[in-house]
Ligand binder design. Sequence first.
Ligand code: FE2
Length: 489
Amino acid sequence: MGEATPQPLFNTKKFHWTDAKSKSVTRPEDPYKYLAGFGNEHQSEFIPGALPIGQNSPQLCPYELYAEQITGTSFAATRATSMRNFLYRRRPACVHGKFTKIDDNPSVEASFLNPSLEVHNVPSQLSWSAFKIPDKAGGAVDFTMGIHTLGGSGQPNIREGLAYHIFAINSGMPNKAFVNIDGDFLVVAQEGHLDITTEFGHIYLQPSEICVIQQGVRFKVDLVEQHSPKGARGYIIETWGTKWELPELGPLGGYGLANARDFLFPTADIDTCSTGGWSIISKQGGKYYSTSQNHTPFDVVAWHGNYIPYKYDLTKFVYHNTVSVDHTDPCINTVLTAKSRDIHAPLCDFLIFGPRWDVAEQTFRPPYFHRNCASEFLARIYGPDKVGGRSEVFAPGGASYEASFTPHGNADERTVGAMYADMKAMRVGENQLTFMLESCRSLLFTAWALKDSGHLVAEDIPESIWDTLPDRFGKNEEAMALLKAMGRA
Ligand SMILES: [Fe+2]
């Protein structure tokens, strides 16, 4: 088989998912079946009758399967927050050998507590060019070793905080599973297509789709070669001690932003094909451990519950914004939010900016200049290399960051031009998709992010970029006359 040619992305030229006129909830490449609905109780069985009816733990389960529960929250959590499931599987997950310490992935970090010599404050802004996908000639790099931590805040052992990672891989995980004991992974696909196997079934993930794999759930990540000739790249937001939720809709009413029905959950699918031994890689406190077993960890025949990995296609996001005046705060673009212990400030909001209409009148439409208490992390999934002038290097597959209270805005010709533009309704963000992470934490960054990756462009945006903003007040005759009359000119 010759080298595969990547297919055009389904969505990059689409204004919205609905342009595809698709009768399927997934894209053409996705071979899997899903259940729909964020926050629902779901259930699935691969063969009829495998799921017990009316009870969770029969004396003898159908087909002599074992019943096993995973609790994602404490037993006595409120009904609204309780997350748990029951799996019915060929062998319980405990059937494996002893965990032994193995070599760490040296670029994974999980401690962001000061004082730490491993992580560093950043006073203002950072930007990175597109992170390199490792060359296959240099050896196989799978998902466990292709993770690189950029920064974070807190520590998983105290269930407080988060970490931002990128992943860049050129290999799947044959007979190898991964489990993150530290927290949940929100995975953002950016380059290449991923075939993710979980204990609950399969998730197909391609650029502009995201998925969440919860703490303690075993999974493996393989490449769909046809669509990943160079490998795959993306981002991971790891959260500790909190779960992703849909944001409140408030006055928007019952629908809008990311609608619950568009979140897709896998269906049960037992692995009957693999042979030989398996290794399970566990990440705990950022350290890696390994155990082995002589059977597949993906032997679940049926399951039910609400602690289940899921995915969402970002092109289904329903944008809202002003239809009169003023630029709406960016939180209007929140897809998912992870609460912190401070009920007034999210640990992390996951926001997106894609194609939409901009119609405000008598208004400066680009983002206003601002200094936010939230830190901001931006990355482009697809689209042009340079947008907005905030950073000269902002290519898809790279990233940028602003620490809390860093003054910024747009510094390109749009800024001044927008003040004098003839205001017509216009489409913005055509053929591009960017996500942003807003966090109440100012992050600490790893040596890999600041040096070893080789992709840090500049610790500070060049000062000259802001010189494009002229002092027009000083040339305004009316203003100067008034100042002069006040004896202040
Ligand atoms: Fe900003």
